[in-house]
Design a protein around this ligand. Sequence first.
Ligand SMILES: [Zn+2]
Length: 464
Amino acid sequence: MSPPKKRRPAAPVPVHGEPVQGEPEPVALLVAGGTVLTLDAADTIVPDGAIAIRKEKIIAVGPRRELERRYRARRRLEARDRLILPGLVNAHTHAAMTLFRGVSDDQELLTWLEKYMFPLEARFVSPDFVRWGTRLACWEMIASGTTTFADGYFFTAEVARVADEAGLRAVPGQGVFDVPTPDAKDSAAGLKRCEALLREWQGHPRITPALCPHSCYTVAPETFPRIQALAARYHARVMIHAAESQGEMKMMRERYGTTPVRHLARLGALGPNLTAAHCVWVDDEEIRLLAEHGVGVAHCAESNMKLGSGAAPLAKMLAAGVAVGLGTDGPASNNDLDMFGEMATVAKLHKVASLDPTRAPAAEVLRLATRGAAAALHLEKEIGSLEPGKRADLIVVETSSPNALPLYHPYSYLVYSARADAVETVVVDGKVLMERRRMLTLDTEAIRRHAERYRKKIAAAFPN
Ligand SMILES: [Zn+2]
């Protein structure tokens, strides 16, 4: 076995934050005593560190003793013998699809969509479905250390409301299709819903409303300029699926004589407000286009594996400077929302796909699940690392379970051997959402009941 990498700085770590002033300053929250993995640009790790939080922001990160001297905290979260790191960011999912988890597995993408998912959605998706499905997802995400998720679905006002109530950070994208969907008869109706969502949630500190044209094969070329005009008017983000499977590539070739990324480029739809999920089948020129236009990419390895879609050219995209982050995709094609599982898969997939075990090392993969995903969603100024001025989104992870021992390096543990239930405490915007595994913002018993109600309904209609 190779010796552990030395990452801990030998010299005392300077305190990043406000200067010292006589009396201790009051702060709302001090998370103290653990090893702080800041995931900042220098990859700073602070042993026996602390984070001081005022309102929704981090005001200082540094050695515990120093911060204890400088700040008088109204509340303290003890993190001794634990890791403190940025909350994980899921750059692409469809949260409400938790209620379709396991209903149809082992299919190719287009068959899965056309034969199973679209008919199921037409029949069952309603505001109530989205409300309970998203609540279930929020429970699962908080319990597994995700603090931000980007979502594309229907009745998106419900997604925004539920995420807000749960205390999570979210980028809810209203689905736009040219064919009828559960909440719109065409793209014009979908765009109306987009505008209502943007009006209602614009400027919210945690909820960033967005548009989600499903893909180049479900949204007509003439619809894209309308999507972009609306996005420009509200300075909104746009999310889309692109270059996911060979079936999609074939359909695009037959219909438009080109590839999805080139098609989007021709439509003028590539830009720094766009996040494209998948990008499995992109060539060097398309990767260059994505990088040049500042398009973020959500890499959804487990979903791509489960649907047999392929392995995205992660190393090439990163080398070209594309902002790549990890996403789980919807829980019907994964089948969970566990970013720890996703990290482990990503780290191994790219090794086996390239027959090169140096690919996707743990440090890189952890970055993709935190600051990388934040950048892919164009939220890197607010979240993705633990630094003064950023939003206080963090998780505390235990390190005393057998699979954590002995702990040579935290990145290796987090990516290769930690399980999601090692997450003990979750803080978003300075507010504690889970403490020592106790959910503080969700009625989990009610969620369980409603998940069962939907299971009965859906199973009766689609017996296996
Ligand atoms: Zn998706």
